[in-house]
Design a binder for this molecule. Structure first.
Ligand code: HEC
Length: 295
């Protein structure tokens, strides 16, 4: 007769698996304060205790039927703590006589095979993996758990909500409030690459749209170059509909326009102009002297 696995091990395992399942399926860690979670744990512990009591009764029955010698061995065996037994089972070596009992009846070239029982730690890992796999597969098939698509959707929604929330509270930037800031140049360059290069070419050297790096301008609506670019982005060109009112038609926000204007200001006023000889488009409009950006 073999000693049984102690009830504490069952309780810890059950609690661990319950926790794992909740951790997988619950939205967040709020289940730790939910009565359902704790009632479930208490009920499963009570069931385990009942199972243990029945086990005790069966064990007593069996024990009374053992011979004196078997009883002595059984009590001796029971003295070793469970974890130590588990540990020992990993390194167990059979004695000669024990080997004879589990020798399988086949061999080749003197090589024979023993029918060892698997160590308990190995079986434990196997069953853990098995149960985890089953739960995981059911979860994957029937719930949103571990679904990349569902997770992606959820994250996109949270992000969009955060952006809407931000834009609701962020001050709207207008022609009056826009300010030149050198920190905006890098982002402005990225925005320029997505929205403007098709017409104004790389670095604003001009193509369908005029060269933005020279001193000549067709549209002069504001005193500073920075504000003038913002004006163009808000209203478009009064002479040529090819240059659309990007803000008014909703392609970009005032915040984007502020960054784009900072970038155009930078390539026009803070960098050496791209002259036609270096591959820029020929100047258009009249030569203009601009006021400083944040006047
Ligand atoms: C579809 C082509 C096109 C796109 C895209 C475009 N532009 Fe233009 N842009 C033009 C044309 C054409 C003009 C000249 C308008 C005119 O003759 O009044 C112009 C004029 C301008 C001017 C005034 C230049 C001057 O000399 O008066 C600025 C500043 C400007 N664009 C900035 C931008 C920025 C910044 C973007 C990106 C958000 C952009 N444009 C996107 C075609 C375009």
């Amino acid at each position: 007769m073999k000693p049984r696995t102690p009830i504490s091990v069952y309780i810890i395992l059950t609690a661990g698996l319950t926790l794992m399942a909740f951790e997988m399926f619950a939205e967040d860690s709020k289940y730790l304060t939910s009565p359902y979670f704790w009632v479930l744990l208490i009920i499963s512990t009570i069931l385990l205790l009942i199972m243990n009591t029945v086990g005790d009764l069966v064990e007593n029955q069996k024990f009374s039927k053992l011979t004196e010698e078997e009883k002595r061995l059984y009590i001796e065996d029971k003295k070793t703590p469970y974890l130590q037994k588990l540990w020992n089972s990993a390194f167990k070596k059979q004695s000669q006589s024990e080997e004879k009992d589990i020798l399988i009846d086949h061999g080749f070239d003197g090589i024979t095979e023993l029918d060892n029982s698997l160590p308990k730690w190995w079986l434990g890992l196997f069953w853990f993996g098995f149960i985890f796999c089953a739960i995981y597969m059911v979860a994957f098939a029937f719930t949103d758990y571990a679904h990349p698509e569902a997770e992606y959707d959820k994250e996109t929604k949270t992000m969009l909500a955060a952006i809407t929330e931000y834009e609701k509270n962020a001050p709207v930037i207008t022609l009056e409030t826009a300010k030149y800031n050198a920190d905006d140049i890098a982002e402005g360059e990225q925005l320029f690459k997505t929205n403007c290069v098709t017409c104004h070419s790389d670095g604003g050297k001009g193509g369908i749209g005029p060269n933005l790096t020279d001193g000549y301008w067709i549209n002069i609506q504001e005193k500073s170059l920075f504000k003038n670019v913002f004006w163009m982005l808000e209203n478009g060109s009064p002479n040529n509909p090819t240059m659309r009112p990007f803000i008014k038609d909703g392609t970009i926000t005032g915040r984007d326009a502020e960054k784009l204007a900072a970038y155009v200001y930078h390539i026009n006023q803070e960098t050496a102009p791209i002259t036609p000889a270096q591959g820029g488009a020929a100047p258009q409009g009249e030569q203009t002297k601009w006021e400083a950006a944040n006047e």
